[in-house]
Design a binder for this molecule. Structure first.
Ligand code: FAD
Ligand code: FES
Length: 513
C-alpha cells in the first residue's frame, strides 16, 4: 500500500485542450485539493478520482478498456460513467465529476452524484434466502455485490473463522511485516454487516448440505434453509507429516489468528525457518526479515517459484531474497522439527525459534463431497459457476471451471479470481446467467518488487523474455505452440493490463489472440 501523495498536475477546472488527449488518453490533474483523472474515450471525456479505492494505485498509469478504467497495480476495474468498482479487487466506487467540452476545451465542472448499481435483469424469481458458506474472498465479494445490486432477501454468511472477512493477501505482506495498521486488515468493519443486513455468523461450521431439502446443517445442529447457496470454503494449508509439526513454535498461515500467532512468536525469536519456497513462504520470509529476524528457507526445488514462473524469474527471486539476507537451503527438506532446531534431510541442522510451513494448500472439499456434488480435483462448476446440484454455486479456491480462453478445466488459488468468481456467482444467483470469462490474475510482493501474472500456464515450451529481469523491468511470455498462455511482469503494469485485455478479447492484439 502507498500513502496518499500530494495533489499535483493541472487545475482541471481551468480547462484542457481536447486535442491534447488522444483516444484512450489519461491526464492526472486536480480539482481543488482532490487528485482527479481526466480520461478520453472516443469523443467523450470523463473525470474520476485519480487513485484506486483498493490500495490507492495511480489510475493515470492504467488502461481504458471499453467504458472502464483498469488499475495498474492489481487490475481492479471502474466504470468511467459511474465510478462503480465493476471488478475486484476494488469493491468501493471512485468519485466522479461532470465535464463540459466548450469549443475544444474540456472543463471539469463539479462532483457528480453517485449512481446506484444497475439491477440484474432476470426472468427467474428472485431467491428469498441466499446462504454463503465461507467468509473469505469469494464469499465476501458475493455478499457485497448482492446488496449492491439491490438484493433485499435474507442473506447469511457462515464462516468457521473467528474473524470477519479479512484482506488475506496482506497477512503475508505489510501486516506481517509490521507495516500495516490493524484497520487495514478487515475488508469491512462490523457496522457494514449490520447496515447491509448480512447475517454474518463467525465461528460457525457448516457440517452438511441437504441438497433435496435445500438446507445447510450447522455443526451445532441448527438447520438453515436456502433457495440459492454459494460454496466458498477456500483452502487450508498442507501440514507436513513431520515429527515436531505440532510443537508450539511451528505455524502455518491462512487466518488472521495464524498471522497474529506468528507475529507474537517473531517477537521472541532470533531466527526463523520457512519450510517451502512458495509465494506465501517467500512473502513470509520477506516480512520476517523486515522484523529483523534471520531467515532460512528450506525447499526441495532447485530454484524458488520455478514451477510457476520459470527458471529466469525463479533465479531472480532467489537472488532478491539473498540480497535481503535470506539463506536458502534448496534441494533439501526438513526431516524433523525440534524445540530449538530443524533437522534437514541432507544431515544439516538450523537453530530456529520460529518455523513457518508454506508448502501449499489443499482445497476444502469435504462439504461438497459429502453433499454428493461432482468433484474433479476441486468442485466442478460450469461456465456460470453452477455445481452439479441445482441452486448451488461454487467459487474461489475450491472451484474448477472451464477457462474461457482455452476451454480447459482449471482451478487456481488467486485472491482476485476468488473475488471475481464470488461476484459472478452472486449475479447468477440473482438469475443473470453470466459466464465467468475473466482471465486469471495474481500478484505477489517481495520487498519492493511486485510480480504481476496474467493468464494460466501449467507448462510451456518457451518463455520469451522482454526487458531486463535484473533491472526489475521485464515482461515474460509463457508460450505453448506459439500461443501466449500467460504473462508475468515486474514494473510493466501497463503491458500487463494490455495483455489481460488482449487475452480477454477486449482489445485486438495478434500477440494474445
Ligand atoms: C497469507 C496469504 C497471502 C496470500 N496472498 C495472495 C496474493 O498476494 N495474491 C493472490 O492472488 N492470492 C493470495 N493468496 C491466496 C488468496 O488469499 C486465496 O486464493 C483466496 O483467499 C481464496 O478465496 P476463497 O474465498 O476461495 O477462500 P478463503 O478466502 O480461504 O475463504 C474460505 C472461507 O470459508 C470458511 N470455511 C471453510 N469451510 C467451512 C465450513 N465447513 N463451514 C464454515 N466455514 C467454512 C473459512 O473459514 C473462510 O472464511 C494468499 C493467501 C494467503 C493465506
Ligand atoms: S491498488 Fe488498484 S487494484 Fe489494487
Amino acid at each position: 500500500m502507498s500513502e496518499r501523495q500530494p495533489t499535483t498536475g493541472p487545475d482541471l477546472t481551468q480547462g484542457v485542450d481536447a486535442d491534447s488527449l488522444d483516444d484512450g488518453g489519461l491526464l492526472a490533474g486536480r480539482v481543488g485539493d482532490e487528485a482527479v483523472l481526466l480520461a478520453r474515450r472516443g469523443d467523450e471525456f470523463f473525470a474520476v478520482a485519480a487513485h484506486c479505492s483498493h490500495y490507492h494505485g495511480p489510475l493515470a498509469d492504467g488502461v481504458i478498456v471499453g467504458d472502464t478504467i483498469r488499475c495498474p497495480w492489481h487490475h481492479a476495474c471502474f466504470d468511467l460513467r459511474s465510478g462503480e468498482a465493476v471488478r475486484a479487487p476494488a469493491l468501493a466506487p471512485i468519485a466522479c465529476w461532470t465535464t463540459e467540452n466548450r469549443g475544444g476545451k474540456v472543463f471539469v465542472i463539479a462532483p457528480a452524484a453517485p449512481k446506484p448499481s444497475a439491477r440484474v435483469v432476470s426472468t427467474t424469481a428472485t431467491p428469498r434466502r441466499i446462504v454463503i458458506v465461507g467468509g473469505g474472498a469469494a464469499g465476501f465479494a458475493a455478499a457485497e455485490l448482492l446488496r449492491r445490486k439491490g438484493y433485499e432477501g435474507e442473506l447469511s454468511m457462515l464462516s468457521d473463522d473467528a474473524a470477519a472477512p479479512v484482506d488475506r493477501p496482506n497477512l503475508s505482506k505489510d501486516y506481517l511485516a509490521g507495516n500495516a495498521p490493524e484497520e487495514w486488515v478487515p475488508l469491512r468493519d462490523e457496522q457494514f454487516y449490520t447496515d447491509q443486513h448480512i447475517d454474518l455468523r463467525l465461528n460457525t461450521t457448516v457440517a452438511g448440505i441437504d441438497t433435496q431439502a435445500r438446507e445447510v446443517a450447522l455443526a451445532d445442529g441448527q438447520r438453515l434453509p436456502y433457495d440459492r447457496l454459494l460454496l466458498a470454503t477456500g483452502a487450508e494449508p498442507v501440514r507436513l507429516p513431520l515429527p515436531g509439526m505440532d510443537l508450539p513454535h511451528v505455524f502455518t498461515l491462512r487466518t488472521l489468528a495464524d498471522c497474529r500467532a506468528i507475529i507474537a512468536r517473531a517477537g521472541e525469536a532470533r531466527r526463523a525457518v520457512v519450510l517451502g519456497a512458495s509465494f506465501i513462504g517467500l512473502e513470509v520470509a520477506a516480512a520476517l526479515r523486515a522484523r529483523g529476524l534471520e531467515v532460512h528457507v528450506v525447499a526441495p526445488e532447485a530454484r524458488p517459484l520455478e514451477r510457476v514462473l520459470g527458471p529466469q524469474l525463479g533465479e531472480f527471486v532467489r537472488r532478491l531474497h539473498e540480497e535481503h539476507g535470506v539463506v536458502f537451503h534448496l534441494q533439501d527438506t526438513a526431516a524433523a522439527i525440534e524445540a530449538r532446531r530443524v533437522r534437514l534431510t541432507s544431515g544439516g541442522e538450523i537453530d530456529a525459534g520460529l518455523v513457518v510451513a508454506g508448502v501449499g494448500v489443499r482445497p476444502r472439499l469435504a462439504l461438497a463431497e459429502r453433499a454428493g456434488l461432482s468433484i474433479d480435483r476441486g468442485v466442478a462448476v460450469d461456465a456460470r459457476l453452477q455445481t452439479s446440484a441445482p441452486g448451488i454455486y461454487a467459487a474461489g479456491d475450491i472451484a474448477r471451471w472451464p477457462d474461457a480462453r482455452t476451454g480447459a478445466a482449471i482451478r487456481v488459488e488467486h485472491w482476485v479470481v476468488a473475488q471475481r468468481q464470488g461476484q459472478v456467482a452472486a449475479l447468477n444467483m440473482l438469475g443473470a446467467g453470466e459466464k465467468f470469462d475473466a482471465v486469471p490474475f495474481f500478484w505477489s510482493q517481495h520487498y519492493d518488487v511486485p510480480i504481476n501474472y496474467v493468464g494460466h500456464a501449467e507448462s510451456w515450451d518457451e518463455i520469451a523474455v522482454e526487458g531486463d529481469i535484473s533491472a526489475r523491468d521485464c515482461l515474460l511470455r509463457y508460450m505453448r505452440g506459439g500461443r501466449v498462455l500467460a504473462v508475468a511482469s515486474i514494473y510493466r503494469d501497463r503491458d500487463s493490463l494490455l495483455a489481460e485485455a488482449g487475452m480477454e478479447g477486449r482489445r485486438s492484439d495478434p500477440v494474445y489472440s
